[in-house]
Design a protein around this ligand. Structure first.
Ligand SMILES: *[C@@H]1O[C@H](CO)[C@@H](O)[C@H](O)[C@H]1NC(C)=O
Ligand SMILES: *[C@@H]1O[C@H](CO)[C@@H](O)[C@H](O)[C@H]1NC(C)=O
Length: 262
């Protein structure tokens, strides 16, 4: 039950006052709207300013998505991305394992622009990493950072079947300081997996989110991480281990959910 310090009667009085005040504002606005240089302009300015968010609040334009897909699965996965991607508004790329086949071309403007993942042959040889696929996935951090830096606050790495509620995501991220080293993820729906990784691992199914400074550090050092941990056979785990090595631990966000259908 909601608790209020006001009695019901005073609530009614306050509500009435609030309603009258808003009516008054509307009337004042209307009466001054034809006189651009009068008090009306200032008044309008002040009211709009007060009711909107601070100008520096994180919004969709500060987020960049690195989405991992493959030519083989794109046909089945694209409805997921189509459901939330906003052409020319959301920023980011879909990373494919190879050139799209003819049936996928011309590439629709409704999808994120695609990129072909870097050729990691040399890196795999040097690091002796066990999984080319996992290296490709984590390497996307380097690739997305290379392309999108301007005004970016958060990098969001996800699979091509992750669904985002973009505005909610921006609202939630606006509560964190994007100038700090922050790594946001969620726990797995599988308790066992969480225990194995000491509840300190973000599971990739729901996206892994890095603040700009963290992503910058990760992309600079990730090749060394592949070298240090050539046996790690999961992209989430490679990223987590690498991030932990920098002394940054995961910030768990309860709004991210991973679901596995088996
Ligand atoms: C997002 O915020 C920036 C300021 O950081 C602003 O210039 C831009 O207009 C905002 N975009 C949207 C869509 O609100
Ligand atoms: C996105 O921008 C491009 C280039 O500015 C334009 O050609 C295209 O029509 C735009 N797409 C949408 C869906 O607005």
């Amino acid at each position: 039950m909601a608790y209020s310090i006001y009695s019901p009667t005073s609530i009614i009085i306050w509500k009435t006052l609030a309603v009258s005040a808003s009516l008054l504002i509307v009337i004042v606005l209307l009466s001054f709207s034809n006189q651009p240089n009068s008090l009306g302009t200032d008044f309008f300015h002040v009211t709009t300013h007060q009711s909107s968010l601070p100008p520096d609040t994180t919004n969709v334009s500060h987020l960049v998505f690195g989405l991992l897909g493959s030519v083989k699965t794109w046909h089945y996965r694209k409805p997921y991305i189509e459901s939330w991607w906003r052409p020319n508004i959301t920023r980011g790329y879909l990373y494919l394992d190879r050139n799209p086949t003819d049936d996928l071309l011309p590439w629709s403007g409704d999808y994120p622009p695609f990129r072909i993942s870097d050729d990691n042959t040399r890196l795999l040889k040097e690091t002796k990493h066990v999984s080319a696929l996992m290296v490709r996935m984590v390497h996307a951090v380097i690739e997305v950072f290379r392309e999108e830096k301007e005004g970016v606050r958060w990098y969001i790495m996800a699979d091509d079947d992750t669904i985002f509620f973009v505005d909610n995501l921006a609202d939630e991220l606006s509560k964190y300081d994007h100038t700090k080293y922050i790594y946001i993820g969620c726990h797995s729906e599988c308790v066992m997996s969480n225990q194995i990784f000491s509840y300190d691992m973000g599971f990739g199914g729901a996206g892994l989110i890095m603040s700009y400074p963290l992503a910058k550090m990760v992309q600079k050092n990730i090749e060394d991480c592949f070298k240090r941990y050539p046996y790690l056979n999961s992209a989430d785990l490679i990223l987590m281990t690498c991030v932990n090595d920098f002394g940054v631990s995961m910030t768990v966000h309860q709004g991210l959910h991973q679901h596995v259908s088996t």
